[in-house]
Design a protein around this ligand. Structure first.
Ligand code: SF4
Ligand code: ZN
Length: 739
């Protein structure tokens, strides 16, 4: 390896450790060591320090101990004569750097220096979990940590677009001679947030630590790796090397004339890079820095330099071994998951459809082979170049598919994908489904030549692409003619109604087969979701019908049919076939699992649950807390803390990760009495599911229970809650003891 790099990295590490020490001493001198030091909204203390050392740093004094630890890792300051034959010292210097950087960044929050636009700073646990599922289901094949800046704003936009097109999450930190990629994108008017896959962390190089403490938490959250000793640290690093396909793009070298006049990155950046290499994340640079090619920690090369900006994304993907599926769709604008969350504001809009302005609907139907002309896109009504800018047009999108193994049940599953397919188009904003879609097309997309025909092309290409096993032919009819849309809308509504009646009526007892989902095993290796008609996957994204369709498409994929077999316990919902399957699929870690109980052999959780149900013994009931809620709960833990304890594929009686739809299912913890047990949920969740909840309570003959379920507005401690429940006469208090 290059001695120059090793020395620079070690020098950089020394300088970070001294900086952290200085700032920490200052903080302790003006406050006491017991003062809290923390990032907002995380249950992982200072996450990287926790992951690497097992130390739980919550205050200034503990940070000092952690820093001592980092100091011990520091190799001596390099001299000219020094011979550094091994990567080991450099890697240790990298770890020391990351620990020091995390303290430096946490101290910013301590001093009240909240990140300013466009910077976002620390990623909290809530976002970590929502983004985690994208890593799990492959929507996000990896992430790029972009450090530095590009020669021009246009090149910065180009780089961002080419990463977005590959659905690679983009983290940005640091600067090159005072310029940073995120500022360049901001100047070019690019929207940056988690939804657009563009995440600006901070202008200092130390802000790059946020990308790594995100990665470390992913291992702890989804991989169920419990931090503690060196062995755990190694597991966390290995987990990242094997499962998180990330890489660093070091952009635009800083000029350091004393180093032989050649262009070199700063010592600080080398030190940070050495930290990233510990995670198996290679560094790719557009500058002529020394390379580290041999394999060792990283899967392939460690540092590859002098790569032209045109080639840099391809090179990075190759070196990190990122698996990417790029769809070739014949449209004049870019396409990819990175554009999914992009909004089109009123000023940017060329036309819009639906929403509160016009009639609109989307419908997907299965047809016979001879009824579908594959690839045909037909427009009935005016196109978007025939109307004035700012117009609202009616819109009906009717997708017709044919395939030998297509079943009518799959229609709604495929139809729901229209939203995702449309949203991934650059310049297209899409919301809603069925008869409530709202679509906008931007001026920029229009100017690039995007027309409604292309909207149809996207559907044709994507349905072929993702559903090739069940779909042989696709055709699309797009209507913008007002009368025609109004007429067809009535027919579509009839179809939606029939579908609902069929699905709502479907009971677990009516089927012999449940489905498994092991998609999350890429993160939580022992976790299995068992999905039944009345209980969807805990992430809320996979219903029994979805799993069935997915199995049909990919018979060896993550969703397998499970024959229920003999009923071993009707009340708890324990089936011989399910136990058999789960034993196998959990690698022997789980032998019995119930479908309807929170206390007896409950299902496990990976980490992507929408809601956590938790038993409150004092109230003899169950509280529900959704991912969005960040406040206190009567159990004394927030969502993040609880999530940290129940994730990772463990069975924990008293706790259950669930999808929101399950709450109003007849089978919702029916073994314990169902909704009658629910004593508390956040107001936001209650409002969100109110209509369904009310309907279900009416069926149960518990019309006034809705009002008896407390929220944070009534109580946030168990004492307060108990009082409220007694005043309201909540039925849980009179029920059989839960524990
Ligand atoms: Fe993961 Fe379960 Fe959702 Fe499948 S259903 S993606 S295993 S949480
Ligand atoms: Zn999951």
């Amino acid at each position: 390896m290059s001695r120059t790099i090793a020395k620079a990295a070690i020098r950089g590490a020394h300088s970070y450790v001294s900086q952290a020490e200085e700032e920490l001493t200052q903080a302790i001198e003006s406050h006491n060591p017991e003062r809290e030091l923390a990032f907002p909204n995380t249950a992982y203390h200072l996450p990287l320090i926790l992951a690497l050392t097992g130390l739980e740093v919550d205050n200034l004094g503990q940070a000092q101990q952690a820093l001592q630890h980092a100091k011990k890792l520091l190799p001596p300051e390099p001299t000219d004569q020094m011979w550094l034959p091994y990567l080991g010292g450099t890697l240790d210097a990298g770890i020391a750097t990351l620990m020091a950087q995390e303290i430096i960044e946490a101290l910013r929050y301590f001093r009240g220096e909240e990140p300013e636009e466009p910077w976002l700073g620390f990623t909290d646990d809530t976002i970590l979990r929502t983004q985690g599922i994208k890593l799990v289901d492959g929507r996000m094949p990896g992430f790029a940590a972009c450090v530095g800046a590009l020669p021009t704003n246009e090149q910065a936009v180009e780089l961002a677009r080419s990463l977005q097109e590959r659905s690679i999450l983009v983290f940005m930190a640091s600067n090159a001679s005072g310029r940073s990629m995120a500022e360049q994108l901001a100047e070019a008017g690019i929207e940056m947030n988690w939804d657009t896959f563009l995440v600006p962390y901070g202008k200092q190089t130390s802000a790059a630590v946020y990308a790594l403490n995100f990665a470390a938490r992913a291992a702890m959250t989804f991989g169920g790796v419990k931090p503690g000793d060196l062995d755990a640290a190694r597991k966390i690093l290995m987990y990242n090397k094997e499962r998180v396909f990330a890489f660093v793009l070091a952009l635009g070298a800083d000029f350091k004339p004393e180093e032989n006049g050649s262009q070199l990155l700063t010592d600080e950046k080398y030190a940070t890079a050495a930290g990233a290499i510990n995670f198996g994340f290679p560094v790719i640079s557009d500058s002529t820095i020394p390379q580290i090619l041999p394999r060792g920690i990283c899967t392939y090369e460690h540092v590859v330099s002098g790569v032209s900006l045109k080639e840099i994304v391809n090179k990075a993907v190759e070196v990190r071994g990122v698996k990417i599926k790029v769809s070739e769709i014949p449209i004049p604008v870019p396409y990819g998951a990175g554009f999914e969350g992009e909004r089109v504001r009123k000023e940017q809009m060329h036309v819009q459809f639906g929403g509160k302005y016009t009639d609109s609907f989307e419908l997907l139907r299965g047809r016979s082979m001879d009824e579908v002309e594959d690839g045909n896109v037909e427009l009935i009504g005016p196109d978007i170049d025939e109307v004035d800018e700012g117009t609202a047009l009616p819109l009906a999108v009717v997708v017709e598919v044919a395939g030998r193994s297509f079943k009518e049940d799959f229609e709604s599953v495929l139809e729901r994908r229209i939203h995702h397919f449309a949203s991934c188009t650059f310049g297209v904003f899409h919301m809603g489904q069925r008869d409530i879609p709202w679509v906008r097309i931007s001026k920029e997309a229009f100017e690039k030549g995007f027309r409604l025909k292309h909207y149809g092309e996207v559907m044709v290409a994507k349905f072929h692409d993702e559903f090739s096993a069940i779909v042989d032919k696709v055709q699309v009819k797009i209507y913008t003619d007002e009368d025609k849309v109004a007429e067809l809308l009535e027919q579509a509504r009839d179809i939606y109604r029939q579908r609902d009646e069929r699905i709502m009526g479907m009971k677990d007892e009516d089927v012999d087969t449940f489905y498994s989902c092991v998609l999350c095993q890429s993160y939580a290796p022992d976790h299995v979701c068992v999905v039944t008609p009345q209980r969807l996957g805990l992430c809320g994204a996979y219903t029994w019908l979805d799993c069935g369709a997915s199995h049909e498409m990919d018979p060896h994929g993550p969703n397998q049919p499970i024959q229920k077999g003999e009923v071993q316990d009707e009340v708890n919902g324990i089936f011989a076939g399910v136990n058999e399957y789960v034993t196998r699929a959990s690698n022997g870690n789980l032998e019995r699992v119930s479908m309807y109980s929170i206390m007896t052999d409950p299902q496990t959780s990976c980490g992507c649950f929408e809601v956590i149900a938790a038993v409150l013994p004092e109230a003899n009931g169950v509280m529900l807390v959704s991912r969005e809620y960040q406040g206190d709960t009567p159990i004394g833990m927030g969502f993040s803390t609880m999530a940290g304890q129940i994730g990772g594929g463990l069975q924990m009686p008293g706790f259950l990760g669930i999808g929101k739809l399950y709450i109003t299912s007849e089978k919702f913890i029916s073994a314990e009495g169902g909704l009658r047990r629910v004593v508390w949920m956040p107001n936001e969740l209650k409002e969100e599911i109110k209509d369904r909840l009310q309907e279900r309570l009416e069926q149960m003959g518990e019309t006034d229970l809705l009002d008896k379920i407390a929220t944070e507005q009534d109580a946030t401690t168990s004492e307060q809650l108990l009082e409220v429940l007694q005043n309201k006469g909540h039925p849980a208090l009179e029920m059989e003891a839960l524990v």
